[in-house]
Design a protein around this ligand. Sequence first.
Ligand SMILES: Cc1cc2nc3c(=O)[nH]c(=O)nc-3n(C[C@H](O)[C@H](O)[C@H](O)COP(=O)(O)OP(=O)(O)OC[C@H]3O[C@@H](n4cnc5c(N)ncnc54)[C@H](O)[C@@H]3O)c2cc1C
Length: 354
Amino acid sequence: MSLDPLQSPDVLDVLDVLVVGGGPVGLASAIEARLQHLSVAVVEPRDGPIDKACGEGLMPSALRSLAALGVEVPGRPFVGIRYLDGRREAQARFRAGPGRGVRRTSLQAALSRRADELGVERLRAQVRTVDQGREVVTAAGRSARWLIAADGLHSGVRRGLGLQGIEESRRGTARYGLRRHFSVAPWSDYVEVHWSPQAEAYATPIADDLVGVAVLTRAGTAYDEALQAFPALLARLRGAAPVTDVRGAGPLRQRVTSVRQGRVLLVGDAAGYVDALTGEGLATGFASARAAVHSLAAGQPQRYGPAWARETRRSRMLTTGLLALTRHERPRSLLVPVAARLPAGFAAAVDLLA
Ligand SMILES: Cc1cc2nc3c(=O)[nH]c(=O)nc-3n(C[C@H](O)[C@H](O)[C@H](O)COP(=O)(O)OP(=O)(O)OC[C@H]3O[C@@H](n4cnc5c(N)ncnc54)[C@H](O)[C@@H]3O)c2cc1C
């Protein structure tokens, strides 16, 4: 008697989805998969609530995504975005309700709890290779029908599959992000983006006694040195003790040639990244996780590419446009004054990102 292939132990052991990377977008993908009644495991080499260089501002749409996953996060609400250049300022409230500053470790812990509650399997390993067959894809010794790669900005899965796009060689223009936390009561209910001629610094209220300050700048600039360009922000931080080490990430710009290859779907930063300037990486990452899982649950993986493009278009266009504009000295110096003079236009732009 021949064994029905569908009944063989090997096939029964095949998961619906294997997620590579247990950061916020990987965990969101796994939770979404369980909510769609799919079997899922997450492969992540690091233990405990993982920390990462991030501005930690969750846009209103990111909060809505988390709520839909049944994830509640602590933190401190912020009502909108304020731009400052040392002389002028412009601010706009989100019409969609507040965002929230949330420590990465708290976000990670909340997602992890929800994943455990829903029975997501965990594998502690670093994925080195991905093997795609006709029926299954295998990584870290586990096979699944589909693999969701959520392994971040420098995704090894993306590189291994040859999906890394070519970076145009504008020497010296690659941007990096650095962040640190300070023990100080937030002085504002807005995320403040401070502009200097060379860099941006943004301050996110995270708790009643904690503010995160992320600096976006060129390679080779030390955090403390970069902060010197923002006297108004330094004045706010005077006497406030730094309570975390400086963490960095970059180069931020990562291009991909495709967000899907066969049985592998790229989500979050692994699917490409423009810049942290507009602070919606988590919001678009959660949207990509939802789009990926829904396409798989519907048996229509080919829908993922167009869905990813649709979900991320607005943020990619706004971030690319803002970066292009502010790369040049004159428009950069005019940005805050023009935003202050045209509050309705600034509010509309802020709402597009919310
Ligand atoms: C300075 C800075 C400020 C930012 N500010 C904001 C902000 O204010 N708001 C916002 O929404 N976004 C912000 N972002 C963007 C945000 O941090 C990212 O979009 C978000 O972390 C993407 O999540 P992810 O899960 O895709 O990737 P990650 O958070 O990078 O997680 C990837 C995970 O994959 C794991 N991994 C890597 N390789 C492997 C492997 N081979 N095998 C198994 N696991 C692997 C890693 O250990 C990690 O846990 C900022 C980014 C930077 C750099």
